[in-house]
Write a protein that binds this ligand. Structure first.
Ligand code: PMV
Length: 337
């Protein structure tokens, strides 16, 4: 099954027809997985080996405006700066747009405003592809539902399937070969006290894309066979924690899920380690503070940065130990960007 088969079956007669509107606009939040997606069963369609569960970060994400563009090339502007056509982000985006444009190869201009650090392991591709899928829906007038948008966003990047919805989101792995049952579903619970602290320890580019790192882990880590069982266990704990607002259980499940994912990477060959010395120092500080009674946990994705998990009543203490932390409240209502 090819990406274009999935797109044509979702869009039906609207596939490759001209846009109905002059402009398409959308905002999508970025998301942080509490139970990670690590490993694909299908590389072409970004179908995961396991389900995953994330939290969307409120008004932190990407706002996209898509317009038709005369000329031969797509134009991509990121935070006011044109993106070079040989950049990997440009190529990924153009390949994604190619799935939708009419036969006569209409060109597009994508203006993306992001308020999160790009390529610092903060899931920029997640909100990027989710907002592009939603903006295409607006431009073409397809009127797709969130399930269909989640499937389309997944074709750009797996974790983007979860950025279609706010709050807690579960991406159900599904089992179909065409992936029509692999999409995100939002959980109804909210948790206004919950805070996520972004700790940027390094802004350098990723050492290895998550796509390559996942594949290498699945193929070479002796620990990977234990991962699906760990995910099933953590998903149960996380849902229980969310239902009961049990912060200690949420933190433990999320942190242990992240450290286990990184252990599978460290046991891959060649080994993969996204942590830099500052990452390890931050983790040790978290462990020390926790041993002293502070309800503080962390998670880490395919990059060196750390995301702290805590509740609102501890904000001042967290700020005193991590002066550079950027604190977000995913459930706080607010204007986008
Ligand atoms: O969607 P991708 O290909 O960028 O992969 C995301 C992988 C992790 O961020 C490490 C985990 C996750 O579930 O978001």
């Amino acid at each position: 099954v090819k990406k274009s088969n999935v797109v044509s079956s979702i869009l039906g007669k609207h596939w490759q027809q001209a846009p109905q509107n002059a402009v398409g606009k959308a905002f999508a939040p970025t998301n942080i997985a509490l139970c990670k997606y690590w490993g694909k069963r299908n590389q072409e369609l970004n179908l995961p080996l396991t389900s995953s569960l994330s939290i969307s970060l409120g008004n932190k994400g990407a706002f996209v405006e898509l317009t038709r563009q005369d000329g031969e090339h797509d134009i991509v502007i990121l935070n006011g700066q044109p993106v070079a056509s040989d950049a990997s982000f440009y190529k990924k985006l153009v390949n994604f747009l190619d799935l939708f444009r009419p036969q006569n190869a209409m060109r597009l201009r994508a203006d993306i405003q992001s308020n999160i650090p790009i390529a610092a392991g903060l899931a920029s591709s997640a909100c990027g592809f989710a907002s592009i899928a939603m903006a295409l829906n607006d431009l073409f007038g397809w009127q797709l539902n969130t399930t269909e948008l989640s499937i389309l966003a997944r074709l750009g990047s797996g974790s983007a399937s979860r950025s279609i919805e706010p709050g807690f989101v579960e991406w159900q792995a599904g089992s179909r070969e065409d992936g029509m049952d692999s999409y995100a579903v939002s959980l109804s619970e909210t948790w206004p006290e919950l805070c996520v602290g972004l700790l940027i320890v390094s802004e350098r580019e990723k050492i290895l894309s998550s796509r390559e790192a996942m594949q290498r882990t699945v193929e070479s880590s002796a620990l990977y066979p234990a991962w699906p069982a760990k995910v099933s266990h953590d998903l149960v704990e996380l849902k229980q924690a969310i239902a009961n607002h049990d912060f200690a259980l949420l933190g433990k499940a999320a942190e242990s899920n992240a450290t286990t994912m990184h252990a599978t990477m460290l046991s891959a060959w060649p080994a993969i380690q996204y942590a830099v010395p500052e990452t390890l120092l931050a983790m040790q500080t978290v462990w020390k503070l926790r041993s002293e009674g502070l309800a503080l946990y962390f998670t880490q994705d395919a990059g060196p940065n750390i995301k702290l998990l805590f509740e609102k009543h501890n904000v001042a203490t967290i700020q005193s130990h991590f002066p550079q932390v950027e604190i977000l409240q995913p459930f706080k209502k607010g204007k986008h960007i």
